[in-house]
Write a protein that binds this ligand. Structure first.
Ligand SMILES: [Zn+2]
Length: 378
């Protein structure tokens, strides 16, 4: 996640970037405000910025191995703690920790770009009416992880989302951690209710208040991502109080995943053997920015895997939202053991070729035609 993926918040971004360029990164910081303002996304982008060896004056490169791993939330030195609970119908005797829910976390973060609120997160965990919490085990886990040497990065980063959900023992555990000096370790607490945190914790962190998103930036996002009209977008931006989650909900339209449309189009054209149109598709994809191209391909891998899971009857773990689920359900009969591996291999090959500066026109043309041969009407 890069800073430029975050709606507005220029002032906060500048402040975070400055802390790095001036070499005064405070080891424990608290980003306060509703998640819809971008607090969680900012924390991830900050972690990525700090650890990017090719960072510029205002953003991480988005392409190096460290950026890619942090973007996938799969970096060995990036750790997450968030409230969890067992799914409905399961006993709560064992105390689950965040790590047991990493797949759901990556799925939810990937879908929302970090604009994830508490109810949506609990819905992803199928917790129903249970309350999420952060148990004491979690603090022990953090200590265990931090006792390893950093794998490859400059900073180890621990992001605690909604620390107000810590049980008292967990809060005391965290406090002990914050009291100790950890070399090159950064704690980012991302809180919607800092007033509910122990004063002793507050006194050990540097506060970063994340203000509402500026109307103009939020309205621009609603136009680009949700297809809102300019007037409607301005009104909703203002009414939402600068909260992207609230604004999108108010608008009543989902954010279009910029990588979803092209995937659907590719699969439809392939299914119908429309070769000329496939080449036209490839031309359009070749004209996109590098980051968008990569996102398109990684998202295609996710959707393809999900379609395969649906095919295998594993709907529950396919983690799809409405429009995706609808498409992948219809598409899943065409995905099976005979073609899923070769299709995934083609997608990974295209990502590698783009990463090695392959000519996007050639990469996408070859990719589209190869994929179309593997999707067969029967
Ligand atoms: Zn980088």
């Amino acid at each position: 996640m890069q800073f430029r993926d975050i709606t507005g918040q220029d002032e906060v971004k500048r402040r975070l970037v400055r802390s790095v360029s001036e070499g005064r990164v405070s080891h424990a910081q608290l980003l306060a405000g509703p998640t819809g303002r971008g607090t969680l996304a900012l924390a991830v982008a900050y972690a990525q910025y700090i650890n990017c060896p090719h960072r510029t004056a205002d953003d991480s490169c988005g392409e190096c191995p460290s950026c890619r791993q942090i973007g996938d939330l799969a970096h060995p030195d990036l750790h997450f703690v968030f409230p969890v609970n067992t799914a409905r119908g399961k006993s709560g005797s064992e105390r689950p920790t965040s790590d047991s829910f990493l797949a759901q976390w990556r799925g939810a973060m990937g879908r929302t770009g970090g604009y994830l609120d508490e109810p949506a997160w609990y819905a992803a965990l199928e917790m129903e009416n249970k309350q999420g919490l952060i148990s004491k085990n979690e603090a022990d886990e953090v200590i265990r992880k931090l006792s390893f040497k950093a794998f490859e990065s400059e900073y180890k980063v621990v992001i605690v989302w909604l620390p107000e959900r810590m049980r008292p023992e967990a809060a005391n555990g965290l406090l002990k951690i914050l009291e100790e000096p950890w070399d090159k370790t950064l704690f980012l607490l991302v809180s919607e209710a800092p007033d509910k945190l122990l004063p002793t914790i507050i006194s050990r962190v540097q506060g970063v208040v994340v203000p509402p998103i500026a109307d103009e930036a939020l309205a621009a996002h609603l136009v680009a991502a949700c297809g809102a009209g300019p007037d409607e977008a301005r009104t909703v931006a203002r009414l939402s109080g600068g909260d992207r989650i609230a604004a999108v909900r108010m608008l009543g339209r989902d954010e279009r995943d910029p990588a979803f449309g092209p995937f659907v189009e590719l699969m439809r054209l392939s299914y119908n053997d429309r070769h000329m149109e496939l080449l036209d598709w490839a031309e359009r994809m070749a004209a996109l920015g590098r980051e968008e191209q990569k996102q398109l391909l990684t998202n295609s891998i996710r959707l393809l895997r999900a379609s395969y899971m649906l095919h295998a009857g594993l709907e529950r773990i396919a983690f799809l939202y409405d429009e995706e689920l609808e498409f992948c359900r219809k598409f899943s009969p065409y995905i099976g053991n005979h073609n899923v591996e070769p299709l995934l291999a083609e997608m990974e090959l295209a990502i590698r070729q783009l990463g090695q500066n392959g000519n996007p026109k050639i990469v996408f043309a070859h990719f589209a035609l190869t994929v179309s041969k593997m999707i067969v009407r029967r």
